[in-house]
Ligand binder design. Structure first.
Ligand SMILES: [Zn+2]
Length: 285
């Protein structure tokens, strides 16, 4: 079986809604797929965990949806949900970082850009972290770093595998060097997990960039990505300007990285759970 096949968009189109009145009433129920431009019923898209039922394109999903997708019965026990950034630099950008945090906490109902949880995957207890791109671009600051480090410690304590699902714009600028230090902290904790001979599976989703790619997202015993995910360190434009060369087609996409040996597999979202289950069976026996 191939994990990399992508369904071609079917030719049939949905009937156009001509009636202006009907258009108003149905607003918000339908969504245009960014990939195939077809109109999809939002509920259908949600039921399909954000995978377009027409063309198979993967749209971004939040951390809670991700945990529901991967864990048995969609059930999980959350940890460290009260951890908050102390705004160590007293950072003020367009607005104070503190205000930005408060606003995003309100709109997302999250304390930071990652949910750390325990649950069962096909009956096997695991520790799992899922990032959420809606929270300041899924950026990695002190809270994300600390939550992951604690999840790794719990995995060692409870002797369970670890899964981290990344989606991130990279380190959180507003916490400066403290964000960057998380990379080393998590990498050191992952080494202890390795010494305890426990597997870590990294799932890279669209987009995974910057300091997250440069640390834990690429440190899995298996590094697997979703189809079409943008994965890289610096952005394509910055690289083009630096090396003064045009970059090849598909650069920094999951399939390109797989072809160049940077990933172990590209796995469609709806096949992720059985894939990880199989991998863990292989690792843990
Ligand atoms: Zn589509």
């Amino acid at each position: 079986m191939s994990w990399f096949t992508r369904k071609k968009p079917p030719d049939e189109k949905l009937p156009k809604i001509e009636n202006g009145e009907r258009r108003v009433r149905t607003e918000g129920l339908w969504q245009k797929c960014e990939s195939c431009r077809q109109i999809i019923w939002k509920k259908e898209l949600e039921a399909n965990f954000g995978v377009c039922p027409r063309c198979g394109a993967h749209s971004r999903i939040d951390a809670v949806t991700r945990l529901k997708l991967l864990l048995d019965g969609g059930e999980f026990q959350q940890f460290d949900a009260a951890l908050r950034s102390s705004d160590p630099l007293g950072f003020v950008g367009k607005e104070p970082y503190r205000d930005r945090l408060n606003a995003v906490r309100q709109t997302t109902s999250l304390s930071d850009a990652l949910i750390s949880a325990a649950g069962a995957l096909d009956g096997r207890p695991i520790q799992i972290c899922a990032m959420d791109f809606r929270f300041i671009g899924g950026s990695m600051g002190s809270v994300v770093g600390e939550k992951i480090a604690r999840a790794i410690e719990r995995a060692i304590e409870r002797h369970t595998p670890l899964v981290i699902v990344s989606t991130s714009g990279g380190a959180r600028m507003q916490e400066g060097a403290i964000s960057l230090m998380q990379m080393a902290k998590i990498a050191a904790a992952l080494m202890r997990l390795d010494e305890a001979r426990l597997p870590y599976i990294s799932v890279l989703t669209d987009p995974t960039t910057g300091g997250v790619t440069a640390s834990y997202a690429m440190l899995g015993d298996l590094n697997i990505a979703e189809p079409g995910a943008l994965i890289g360190f610096a952005g394509a434009r910055v690289i083009e300007q630096t090396i003064r060369q045009k970059l090849p087609e598909g650069f920094q996409r999951a399939e390109f990285l797989l072809d160049h040996g940077m990933l172990d597999a590209v796995v469609p979202r709806l096949e992720l759970k059985p894939y990880i289950s199989k991998a863990l069976k292989f690792f843990v026996a």
